[in-house]
Design a protein around this ligand. Sequence first.
Ligand code: NAD
Length: 424
Amino acid sequence: MASTGKQTTDEPETAVETARRQLERAAAHLDVDPGVIARLKHPDQVHRVSVPLKRDDGDTEIFTGYRAQHDSVRGPFKGGMRYHPGVTEEECIGLSMWMTWKCAVMDLPFGGAKGGIVVNPKELSNEEKERLTRRFAEELRDFIGPMRDIPAPDMGTDAQAMAWFMDAYSMQEGETQPGVVTGKPPVIGGSYGREESPGRSVAIIAREACEYYDYPLEDTTVAIQGFGSVGANAALSLHEWGANVVAVSDVNGAIYDEDGLDIDRIPTHEEKPEAVTTFDGHEPIPNEELLELDVDVLIPAAIGNVLTEANARDVQADIIVEGANGPTTTTADEIFEKRDIHVIPDILANAGGVTVSYFEWLQDINRRQWSLERVNEELESEMLNAWDSVRAEVEERGVTWRDAAYIVGLSRIADAHNARGLWP
Ligand code: NAD
């Protein structure tokens, strides 16, 4: 769990527990039919499939795959597909619920899904990964599709896996169906700007939070944990917009310079994996120290459960923008609320990924590619709309940013359920 190395007393909740607790907290602020809340506590469907794989040595091995589909009242299911030894049915259900809230906060016409295969992708050859992905696509074929459920990359899967998945699905359907998955390479219907989008949205929301709390960007110091896709892209945008990014880290440690780091020169995870601490002229500091630096904005963008009861009282940032999914435990959240530290939640801040996935799906359906400029402009506008909706709830109800985001999401989902009704 936490990378802080400190002993924590608050156990991280499971994804389902977190999703249900947030649902109840948001429901307490709204006049929602209890029947709708009861429905939202459970996924619509969970598919469990066996995926046989012929290994390179000729042996056949059976892997287990899941696809949890939570709620489709606002549109097709949407969510990632991970290859990881720790994938479980329970985790897929919880993460599918998070996706429902995330899509609703962004006002996207999707409901939440999540899936994956219980497998360590590092133990597969490229050819084995391809065969496994194609067979998984076939096993799920009846339950997915551009109008039903649209998977995307997640831990252990990438654009190439999406290309194989899309190809297998299309071959069986007898027609090219790029809209069955997002996160594909642009040459087969992927969107420009999709890879950078979660980090970019984190930067947009951090910028808006700074403006809201009166921190001029050029005088603002930022520390970012994790220099992967989310962390590095958030760092690059904030640096470009004039913020002073003073600390970044990867799994090996952090680097800190109170005068600001030359972010453009630090190799990203893609360019040279885990090389932050080798960047010249900076003495590495431990990752846990980064979280407690005296900065204006802290962006945890690596893994979950890093802000805990053990370190929440030592955090010195005034604003926390969640880049990773679930970096703050419930107890830490309560401590931050008491300490008047504003926590802008993951379901808003890193939702640029699913938003550009939505753009990709629109491009696929219309068979028309958008330029990177258009993607970034539309992302900016969607993020600002979502920010405004959440800000309005913060101001009207005096709740935290997290509760406000869930209130926005739940009220949209509940309204849609009321309008459609329960059949029969
Ligand atoms: P990534 O693998 O590209 O990068 C992760 C980074 O975190 C790397 O720099 C790695 O060295 C660092 N890291 C790993 N373990 C660490 C530890 N114990 N302490 C400090 N640093 C550590 O991953 P990513 O795609 O950037 O995802 C980061 C987080 O953002 C995850 O929680 C992910 O679920 C979430 N997220 C990702 C996306 C996306 O599309 N990439 C979208 C939304 C949310």
